[in-house]
Design a protein around this ligand. Sequence first.
Ligand code: AMP
Length: 278
Amino acid sequence: VDLITSLSEMRRWRNEQAETVGLVPTMGYLHEGHTSLIRQARSECSRVVVTLFVNPTQFGPSEDFATYPRDMARDRQLAADAGADLMFAPATEDVYPPGFATYVEVGPPASRWEGERRPGHFRGVATVVTKLFTMTRPNRAYFGEKDYQQLQVVRRLSADLNLGVDVVACPTVRESDGLALSSRNVYLTPEERPRAVGLYRGLQAAQAALSEGERDARRLERCIAEEIAARGLTLDYAAVVDPISLEPLDRVDRPARALVTARIGRVRLIDNAPLTPG
Ligand code: AMP
């Protein structure tokens, strides 16, 4: 896979392409979740660009920006193996030039849940995604359902700003016990790792209760909370929401989404799943 680290070179490369460009934005430390996005892009686009940028503006002051795991050589190989044509790893000064003062602020789908707990997070995500779209000019961009609220925020901004990018949702890739793959899973200790499955088990329990006829959103949320508590994790939120607006539902009479976030030691885990009434 070729590597470009300068923005002017990126522009030149893009202007030479006449074909369908698929973009896979990542913060690196690639795993099977990322490579599944790259493979899907490969199967649908003639050119595939993977961006690698640990975006400072989406981290809060007490979050792990400085220690976020990084391994560009390995990432480049994994991206190549998954079928990427290009890795774009821009310098921070190119993405945020001196005097930078323009941010993209997305309304409602960004307001609740992660938006509330991580002030400024979605502003950072929306800003960098807009900038990555304008720097690489993709036809399609691939995002994981793993970060479900982020996916809805990106759909909203692409439509609202007429960016002309088709946002493609890709299914969450999981470990064999159901834990969603995440670059931050490396922070889990051997003692914590098996307990981290509580989020997935909670989501499964909610779908099982729904299939057995439970329609009350608060009771479905309690099913999730119980699986979290059973493993000694600290629940941040469990929410049954509308799959597009992410507004909370009272009853599940149509397809919905369950969102869950919990802490284990110093790691904050996030997951979600569809809820489909029988
Ligand atoms: P990140 O590097 O964490 O910013 O993630 C880059 C992209 O990979 C985002 O669109 C994520 O939603 C996606 N992603 C991360 N983990 C997974 C996973 N386990 N399954 C599917 N997609 C994922």
